[in-house]
Design a protein around this ligand. Structure first.
Ligand SMILES: Cc1ncc(COP(=O)(O)O)c(C=O)c1O
Length: 383
């Protein structure tokens, strides 16, 4: 039996393909997966156990527990002065993954162009395609620290362009944007009448300056779908919990789809997320301090080895160039895995513009990072 044509048109996730290889091998140091090596803070886990003990085992409102939506509204207001109505402007989802899918389904009419800065998080282009959209890449480069500029956006816009997706701090490049840089991009978003999809899942892991949510910029709250979640900030990837905030009309459209496809996010995860927001702040700061320490070490070592790497401003990924080695990203990753048992992700998993780069996650403990970098150094010397 043949699947739908549109499914044939999208590739399997490059990360998963590579990691299926890793699964069958022993003693591999994996710097591949994009998830924290910390476990969820104990008070958050305990709140879920408590929720179960008290018998919280049923569906919640489609939009999610009102108490959680209120907590999210309070937190955004307190941190950024960003005010959302918990009744109509916030939707609790099954991770940012679902929130992104809903956003695409809610805004795309067949043939709409969706601008995607590349290298890009693996889901963006396939989901836009599945929704009948035409993803258009905005090329970024190491010379510009993998950032887009207002003119990059402007040049690609025509009457079919519907939305711009921005993810900062970025997976896989670590690039982020200052308020001034974001303001310049927002001017084009306004001028070209775009919807902004802002994936800020790594907002708490911004190392060198304050994170600015896109929706706080003048005129942007009305046209931004702000996506965030608990996976990265609170080491809660397995809980599958995220949220979207935005204009009433778009949140209502997303909720309608969510009602039919997901009903609601898990009540236990929602209870845990509430605890994370109320009392998880300390753990976030500790994790961030640790990631920052690892970032310094990993970037220093990569450059020392001769794999040129810019300093990522956020998230927990290094994106070094391997162009000097003459190998393709896939060849480098496969050979490194075979010879030294270190798993990294070929840059091409994030689009063709990732050729010549690797994504190395530093969400691993220092001992593993030190050993992995020794092995990478040994491997590079043999080339
Ligand atoms: C940029 C980005 N957006 C979204 C996600 C998905 O997050 P969630 O676990 O909330 O579905 C990830 C996960 O790696 C990510 O890196």
């Amino acid at each position: 039996m043949k699947p739908a044509k549109v499914v044939d048109r999208i590739p399997p996730s490059g990360i998963r393909v590579f990691f299926d290889l890793v699964l069958g091998m022993k003693d591999v140091i994996s710097l591949g997966v994009g998830e924290p090596d910390f476990v969820t803070p104990w008070n958050v886990r305990e709140s879920a156990i408590f929720a179960l003990e008290k018998g919280f085992t049923s569906y919640t409102s489609n939009k999610g527990l009102v108490e959680l939506r209120q907590e999210i509204a309070k937190s955004l207001s307190r941190r950024y002065g960003l005010d959302y109505d918990p009744e109509e402007e916030i939707l609790i989802t099954v991770g940012v993954s679902e929130a992104f899918d809903l956003a695409m389904r809610a805004i795309i009419n067949k043939g709409d162009k969706i601008l995607v800065p590349e290298p890009a998080y693996v889901s963006y282009k396939p989901i836009a395609t599945l929704c009948g959209g035409r993803p258009i890449s905005i090329n970024t480069s190491a010379e510009k620290n993998f950032k887009i500029t207002p003119s990059d956006v402007s040049k690609l816009c025509d009457r079919d362009t519907r939305a711009l997706i921005l993810n900062y701090p970025n997976n896989p490049t670590g690039a982020s944007y200052s308020k001034k840089e974001l303001k310049a991009i927002s001017d084009v978003v306004l001028k070209k009448n775009l919807i902004m999809i802002s994936d800020e899942i790594y907002c708490d892991l911004t190392y060198d300056f304050e994170h600015t949510p896109f929706a706080t910029l003048p005129g942007m709250k009305e046209r931004t779908i702000y996506l965030n979640g608990f996976s990265k900030s609170y080491a809660m990837t397995g809980w599958r919990i995220g949220y979207a905030c935005g204009p009433k009309s778009l949140i209502a459209a997303m909720t309608k789809i969510h009602q039919y496809t997901m009903l609601c996010a898990s009540v236990i995860s929602q209870m845990a997320a509430m605890e994370a927001l109320k009392r998880g702040g300390l753990s976030v700061q500790e994790m961030k301090r640790e990631y920052k320490r690892r970032r310094t070490f990993v970037i220093y070592r990569l450059n020392e080895i001769g794999l040129a790497c810019h300093i990522p401003e956020g998230a927990f990924y290094a994106f070094p160039s391997i162009k000097k080695t003459g190998l393709s990203s896939l060849e480098f990753s496969q050979e490194l895995l075979k010879k030294e048992k270190v798993a990294v992700v070929p840059g091409t998993a994030f689009g063709s513009l990732g050729e010549g780069y690797l994504r190395i996650s530093y969400a691993s403990n220092m001992d593993k990072l030190k050993e992995a970098l020794l092995r990478i150094e040994r491997f590079v010397k043999t080339l």
